[in-house]
Write a protein that binds this ligand. Structure first.
Ligand code: KG4
Ligand code: ZN
Length: 343
């Protein structure tokens, strides 16, 4: 077909099972099966449940992907799968499934980093900027500011010292009586009010560096919510949500903006589930003279295309991790060591 490599990406690091098919830079298909409903009663992701659901969902999603595209596995140039970071059982389910496919079809298999994968979704934008770039990943499990030397090689320049931003939004939403995952519901509630800047203090303003911290904000919200009676809380809910979202967004934007100025970056590439938040996108864009580059919403949350996008770079160089690949539960985005094969 001559349109670039045909690559399948498989993602199962947390609570979404996903398959994406990419040809060159062109999206052929992205299927995501979310486990939100299964974990909602517990208020967070239950690792054992997640692993079991991935085992069930992977073969079904794969069959669906082949059906919808009319492809056979033999047509693919290779398979990319998330090796880490993530939940051990969940990662194992995806890696074992991908190994089975690759082995059965005699195709190369590469394992990629989930955090860098989020940013690699930006590569698929028609006007994507090229590294070196400043990148920000904000999800339920990660808040990381990275200097991308390439899409595959990063230096970690800032990270959260406690909770991830998405986790802070989810916990904040719970304190306000919203369901799981709370981020989107918090955003909707926040639309009903203007933020008050008196309620929360911006974290880490007096320290150098670009780290993040969200646990103090969460505690401040908890104390505010507890100090109110049920009626009062209901009345104040929208303003609390708007103010909490505002301080989370300003904290994310402030550190990223400062890093950009000090490192001489004009644009920011950003991804991860929390970038679905419109208020955050605006706050980040305001900090960047050259603009903010974010994938479309559905490619901000976990998906298979972002994994295909990153893996395609390795497959294009003829790399193959083969049957010896293991999962890398704590694989940091700037850690080359765990990126290598451990046999
Ligand atoms: O990237 P993602 O799908 O999964 C992880 O790798 O964690 O991110 C999920 C996170 C959750 O914390 C969820 O509440 C948050 O993204 N999120 C949002 C919005 N949509 C998803 N947070 C704020 N506003 C949203 N619209
Ligand atoms: Zn993610």
């Amino acid at each position: 077909m001559g349109k670039g490599l045909l690559v399948a990406g498989i993602e199962s690091s947390c609570d979404e099972t996903a398959v994406g098919i990419l040809q060159g830079d062109e999206e052929l298909l992205s299927l995501v099966s979310s486990q939100e409903a299964q974990h909602a009663p517990y208020g967070g992701v239950v690792p054992e449940l997640a692993a079991r659901h991935h085992l069930e969902a992977l073969p079904l999603l794969w069959a669906d992907a082949m059906n919808r595209t009319g492809l056979k596995i033999g047509d693919l140039d290779g398979i990319a799968v998330t090796r880490g970071p993530g939940l051990a059982g969940a990662l194992l389910a995806g890696v074992a499934f991908a190994k089975g496919l690759a082995r059965a079809a005699g195709k190369p298999l590469v394992g990629v980093n989930h955090v860098l994968g989020h940013l690699a979704a930006v590569r698929l934008l028609p006007d994507a900027p090229q590294p070196p770039l400043l990148g920000l990943v904000v999800s339920g499990g990660h808040t990381e500011l990275l200097w991308l030397e390439s899409w595959e090689k990063a230096r970690l320049i800032g990270e959260t010292r406690d909770d991830a931003a998405g986790e802070a939004l989810d916990k904040g939403a719970r304190l306000l009586g919203l369901g799981y995952p709370g981020g989107p519901q918090l955003e909707a509630l926040a639309r009903g009010s203007k933020p008050s800047r008196r309620l929360f203090t911006l974290p880490l303003t007096k320290l150098p560096g670009y780290d993040y911290s969200f646990s103090g904000l969460k505690t401040a919200l908890m104390l505010k919510a507890r100090s109110l009676g049920q009626e009062e809380l209901l009345q104040a809910r929208a303003e609390l949500a708007a103010s909490y979202q505002d301080v989370v967004a300003r904290h994310l934007a402030r550190q990223a903006g400062r890093a950009a100025r000090e490192l001489g970056a004009r644009v920011l590439v950003a991804a991860g589930g929390v970038l679905a938040n419109e208020y955050l996108r605006e706050a980040l864009a305001e900090e960047m003279p050259g603009g903010l580059f974010v994938p479309p919403r559905r490619l901000c949350t976990d998906n298979g295309l972002m994994i295909a996008s990153l893996g395609a770079l390795r497959l294009a160089r003829g790399e193959d991790d083969g049957a010896g690949m293991t999962v890398a539960v704590n694989w940091r985005a700037d850690d080359r060591a765990e990126g290598l094969l451990e046999r």
